[in-house]
Design a protein around this ligand. Structure first.
Ligand code: T46
Length: 146
């Protein structure tokens, strides 16, 4: 499951962890997400997941164009990424560190800790036709890219 070359998954644009600027003072910590600070796309939509039942898993899809930063704002979960050639698993457990996932990457979100809130900041408006929901179709198109 673990890829020997970190960040090598993602043939169009590799997946990577992004450290987000954090401002800490006696009142707590404030984290900033802004294009230019490790994020190379304009944010056109945000959504978050919460009240996740024990054992639930999300994802099982890929995107044709969408780029995204995934942040565990509270709690933790794992993101398994797969570009049709290699897989890797990233654990998100720090609200000041996001995971960039680019286009043509299949992803699964698993191992949610109780009370997790996950935030997605993405490059495109919602468009169901932009999703791959069938792994075999994703694999066929991903392999055609090489
Ligand atoms: C992802 C994971 C974590 C909308 O109407 N607008 C939206 O922007 C989104 C993201 C979803 N929806 C509707 C479509 C479905 O009726 O919300 C419902 C659940 O969405 P979906 O089945 O796509 O849920 P997941 O877990 O498969 O995936 C969603 C995101 O689509 C996906 O990009 O990373 O949450």
């Amino acid at each position: 499951m673990t890829n020997p070359i970190p960040g090598s998954v993602g043939r169009v644009s590799p997946c990577r962890l992004v450290d987000l600027p954090e401002h800490s003072d006696p009142r707590g910590r404030l984290t900033v997400v802004q294009p230019g600070t490790g994020i190379d796309f304009e944010i056109h939509r945000a959504y978050y997941i919460h009240h996740i039942p024990d054992g639930a898993e999300r994802g099982a899809h890929g995107h044709r164009r969408l780029r995204q930063i995934i942040i565990a704002v509270h709690g933790s979960f794992d993101v398994v990424v797969d570009d049709g050639f290699a897989q890797d698993k990233f654990t998100l457990d720090n609200p000041s560190r996001g995971l960039y996932v680019g286009p043509m990457v299949w992803r699964d979100m698993i191992n949610f800790s109780p009370g997790t809130v996950g935030l997605w900041l993405v490059s495109e408006p919602y468009d169901e036709t932009e999703y791959y929901r069938d792994y075999e179709t994703f694999l066929r198109d991903a392999k055609a890219l090489s």
